[in-house]
Ligand binder design. Structure first.
Ligand code: NAP
Length: 275
């Protein structure tokens, strides 16, 4: 009996937030697995730099970029339509665009709360609707078993409380609930598997300051059996796997990619006293 493939040749993907950090690494991993990939984000200079970095040494037309804001429906509509038209189809959506906010909850302003929810929750919700409509238009997925696939980039805060990131945690908790809802509704109706990953702590533009402030970073490492932060590339492989035929029976799941942070209880050993 042949084993199932990890290959993504003939698949076409849209990665929102694919222009830096974890999203850029996810775009690279999908390309390395054989997919064609479109990346989208707000800032033209990041979109241009990502296109150049990802396209280097790859066949013409394998990478596209779109300037889009997931909080703005019109720009999601046009970015996805452009990718679908140029690739001829879409098979994979990775909802990776995200922003963070660390602030005492009592001081969070309504517009700050709405901004984070717009990008981290309503963005993926709307992008998923647009993607699903495109899949419905395309008809039943090809018969390799991978099918259509959505992967949402959640967080340890989808499961656990971390101090002073209440709005972010609410958005990522909602995103995990969305993952499960769509996995039930859309696999049956449209052949779209919907999964998530929950990355551990990876220094990136949106959280570098938070990880460095006070001794939060040190306490995170004390609760991480691997005793280090992750890299974007270490997060990305799980997404490529979830989109592949090898993952064709995985649906509604969230994979923790965190060096063991989520399973850590109380340990006598800490990085400080092991020298
Ligand atoms: N780093 C971590 O430790 C960690 C842990 C758990 C989960 N995550 C999640 O991983 C995802 C990627 O974050 P990252 O850490 O790699 O941070 P990052 O380097 O700051 O990347 C965020 C990406 O999202 C894009 N983006 C932000 N707002 C957007 C919007 N409204 N519309 C479209 N694109 C937008 C950014 O590009 P523009 O600025 O050009 O828009 C950028 O490409 C986020 O969802 C984050 O919550 C990160």
């Amino acid at each position: 009996m042949a084993s199932l493939s990890f290959d993504l040749s003939d698949k076409c993907a849209m990665v929102t937030g694919g222009t830096s950090g974890i999203g850029l690494a996810i775009a690279g991993a999908l390309l390395d697995a054989g997919a064609k990939v479109a990346v989208g984000s707000r800032k033209p200079e990041k979109v241009a730099a990502a296109l150049e970095a990802l396209g280097e040494g790859r066949p013409e037309g394998s990478v596209l970029s779109a300037q889009l804001d997931v909080g703005d429906r019109a720009s999601v509509d046009s970015g996805f339509a452009q990718a679908a038209e140029q690739f001829g189809k879409l098979d994979i959506l990775v909802n990776c665009a995200g922003v963070n906010l660390k602030k005492p909850t009592i001081d969070v302003e309504e517009d700050e709360h709405r901004f984070v929810m717009d990008v981290n929750y309503f963005g993926p919700f709307y992008a998923s609707q647009v993607f699903a409509k495109q899949c419905i238009k395309q008809g039943a997925p090809d018969g390799d078993g991978g099918g259509y696939s959505i992967v949402n980039v959640c967080s340890v805060t989808s499961f656990l409380a971390l101090s002073e990131v209440t709005t972010y945690a609410a958005s990522k908790g909602a995103l995990l609930a969305l993952t499960r809802q769509l996995a039930v509704e859309w696999t049956r109706a449209h052949g779209i598997r919907v999964n998530a990953i929950a990355p551990g702590f990876v220094p990136a533009d949106q959280n570098r300051q938070i990880l460095k402030s006070g001794d939060r970073g040190r306490r995170i490492l004390e609760c991480t059996p691997m005793e280090r932060f992750g890299t974007p590339e270490e997060i990305a492989g799980a997404v490529a796997f979830l989109c592949s035929p090898a993952a064709r029976f995985i649906n509604g799941e969230c994979i923790n990619v965190d060096g063991g942070f989520m399973i850590h209880g109380v340990s006598d050993a800490t990085p400080n006293d092991q020298e």
